[in-house]
Design a protein around this ligand. Structure first.
Ligand code: CP
Length: 649
């Protein structure tokens, strides 16, 4: 009997796009077999356990039907209220016990992140059948499967997602998936029920993906004009085309507006996710035949994960564009395909689709707590500790942690250093230190000063700042850099400049101006954002696009410290293409680093100790206009507070 591989599907991101395509191929095969009433025995001898801590019709019965159709068996607790959960048994214990009875567990749970806990504790694979308002990835597979069948593709489709986008877990998984497939999303939430900030932040930081929001009234009354209001000049989905999961040579559409809407995805009011006093149904969206009358909606299919309440009129059921019962029916072949995918994956090596940031390790007494009251860690605290990873943030001035379980993000205000027992209000100047404290497991997070002081931490006082370069000296060093580049680079027309956000980008723009002034050649110039895990390269010179393929790229930054920034910037460049050569230009070389990286061009060498911090201020200004910026470079010591200067970056 085959042992199923431990491939959990907790989030839709747990599946690569190739795997999703493969699951759809299998679903086609199983749908055909079902149609022909062919008996199957692929899963013969296997047992699936369904643990549903919340009600379900479609997900549970279609999973159970799928396993039966494949010749496997199903065990289930009729209701988890009839299980030992009511005696206080933890989710972790339950899945450990049930793993001894079954080869695969399907779990639905009211708390965000519960499926992650089940997957962590169960030695067998776990499929998430919906956890709190977080995700419902197998519903998303059904949705995508039907959408692709109806439209022939997913890329470039335009999908309006309507209703309760705040608590609708099917919506969250679907948005992440559509973004990865390069579809356009128009959000049409009910008032106060918009897509949560953490979902928006994640899409923006990891995929450079943004979408438009319209009101329900606009959607209903002006569906015909949506193409005019939808795409911004930056064409929201274009960045998604350049994630590692899309082919690099896929050329983004040239900012065109969609000719029509391809789908409406309607969702119900999620009363069960709200506090007792907020469960009264507000004036909620009602989608009826009238909404399909506009010209742009003529080709649009109407989707709904079901169950529906009053938001979807029964009069739509006879319209051939209504596909919600097909979504529900697809639950069987798609979930058969998921089990079939597990079976065919047994014994094969799998590349994890999304390598994560490393898990942050905190000492027991200083671990931060997830702020989401519905996070599983807030309810199963007897054995569960909050776990966090660093979340990609839009700038170094912000430190964000992401809960490993519910995926909510936590903005860090105060950090502490466990060895020196000092606390700091987080700001940009601490970013490099915090990265090092993470590596050495000495980072502490505090909600506020009170918590820090009650934990025995004292305030940090850094040494006095000393100016080491003024604006004139910075201007001279920049000219020196430009002169070195002009002398060294034989063909400036083949050179592109890439500045590391933020000060490296300012410096790159200045170098471009200086090079142009002396040679009349203005190299293309872009900024690279190194704190996003995906594409973060955008032109600074007003161009529509920025090529690195076959170019000599000069990476520009203000100071070289450890060298990690350069490494991250290179990784981003590589996703865009293969430069002929990459060189590094820095305003200041401090003379020591963690990685063996040597800059080709240096404005000034300023040897420092590891306990000193060099802070560069480069004001953005119009160099061509000859304004004199308020630039300066200061140095200050952190030795006093860190006590162990050699530990500081
Ligand atoms: N779509 C969906 O999850 O339905 P059930 O709640 O009936 O499983």
């Amino acid at each position: 009997m085959t042992r199923l591989p431990k491939y959990d599907v907790v989030s839709i991101e747990d599946l690569s796009l190739d795997e999703i395509e493969r699951i759809f191929e299998l679903a086609d095969q199983f749908a055909a077999a079902l149609e022909q009433r062919k008996p199957l025995d692929l899963a013969s001898g296997l047992i699936m356990a369904t643990l549903f801590y919340e009600p379900s019709t479609r997900t549970r019965l279609s999973f159970e039907s799928a396993m039966h159709r494949l010749g496997g068996a199903v065990i289930s607790s009729a209701e988890m209220s009839a299980s030992s959960a009511v005696k206080g048994e933890s989710l972790a214990d339950t899945v450990r016990v049930v793993s001894a009875y079954a080869d695969l567990i399907v779990v639905r749970h009211p708390y965000d992140g519960a499926a992650r806990v089940a997957a962590d504790y169960a030695p067998c694979p776990v499929f998430n059948a919906g956890d709190g308002s977080r995700q419902h990835p197998t519903q998303t597979l059904c949705d995508l499967y039907v959408l692709q069948k109806k439209k022939g593709r997913l890329k470039d489709l335009t999908v309006a997602i309507c209703g309760d986008l705040k608590f609708g877990r099917t919506v969250h998984s679907l948005i992440y998936a559509l973004a990865r497939f390069g579809a356009n999303i128009v959000a049409a939430p009910n008032q106060g029920m918009g897509v949560p900030d953490h979902v928006l932040a994640r899409l923006a930081a990891e995929r450079g993906y943004k979408f438009s929001t319209v009101t329900i009234d606009e959607l209903k009354s002006q569906a015909g004009g949506l193409d005019a209001m939808y795409l911004t000049p930056s064409a929201p989905h274009q960045m998604a085309l350049f994630t590692s999961e899309m082919p690099l040579d896929a050329s983004p559409p040239a900012g065109q507006a969609p000719a029509s809407l391809d789908a409406f995805y309607v969702t119900r009011f999620q009363h069960e996710r709200r506090a007792a006093g907020e469960r009264e149904r507000p004036d909620y969206l009602r989608f009826d035949a009238g909404a399909l009358k506009t010209s742009r909606a003529q080709e649009a299919v109407v989707m709904h994960p079901l169950p529906r309440t009053d938001e979807l009129a029964y009069e739509l059921d006879s319209d051939p564009r209504a596909v919600y019962f097909e979504q529900a029916a697809a639950g069987v072949p798609v979930r058969m395909a998921l089990i079939g995918w597990l079976l065919e994956s047994a014994g094969k090596t799998r590349v994890r689709p999304n390598p994560e940031q490393p898990l942050l390790v905190f000492k027991a007494d200083n671990a931060p707590r997830c702020a989401n009251p519905n996070c599983i860690t807030r309810h199963e605290g007897r054995y569960l500790r909050s776990r966090f990873r660093l979340a990609p943030a839009v700038s170094r001035a912000v430190l964000m942690l992401r809960c490993e379980f519910c995926e909510r993000e936590l903005k860090v205000e105060y950090v502490g250093h466990a060895r020196s027992r000092r606390y700091y209000r987080f700001d940009e100047s601490l970013y490099g230190y915090v990265r090092q404290w993470i590596d050495e497991q000495s980072l502490v997070i505090f909600d506020d000063v009170k918590q820090a002081e009650e934990s025995g931490y004292g305030p940090y006082r850094r040494g006095p700042q000393r100016e080491i370069m003024n604006a004139d000296e910075i201007a001279r060093a920049s000219e020196e850099l430009a002169a070195q580049m002009i002398a060294d680079l034989p063909d400036l027309t083949a050179v592109s400049l890439v500045g590391v956000v933020s000060r490296g980008a300012v410096l790159a723009a200045r170098l471009r101006h200086l090079i142009q002034r002396q040679t009349k050649v203005a190299p293309p110039c872009a900024a690279v954002e190194v704190h996003r895990s995906h594409d973060g390269l955008y032109p600074l010179d007003g161009s529509e696009s920025f090529d690195v393929e076959g170019r000599t790229v000069v990476l520009v930054d203000d100071v070289i410290n450890s060298g990690w920034t350069v490494q991250r910037a290179m990784a981003t460049l590589w996703k865009r293409g293969r430069p002929a050569a990459v060189k590094l230009a820095v305003l200041i070389d401090r003379g020591h680093r963690a990685l063996p990286i040597r800059p080709s061009y240096v404005g000034k060498n300023i040897p420092t100790t590891r306990g000193e911090r060099v802070l560069v201020r480069l004001a953005e200004h119009d160099a061509a206009a000859g304004q004199k910026p308020a630039d300066r470079v200061v140095i200050y010591s952190m030795v006093e507070s860190l006590k162990q200067p050699e530990d500081a970056p």
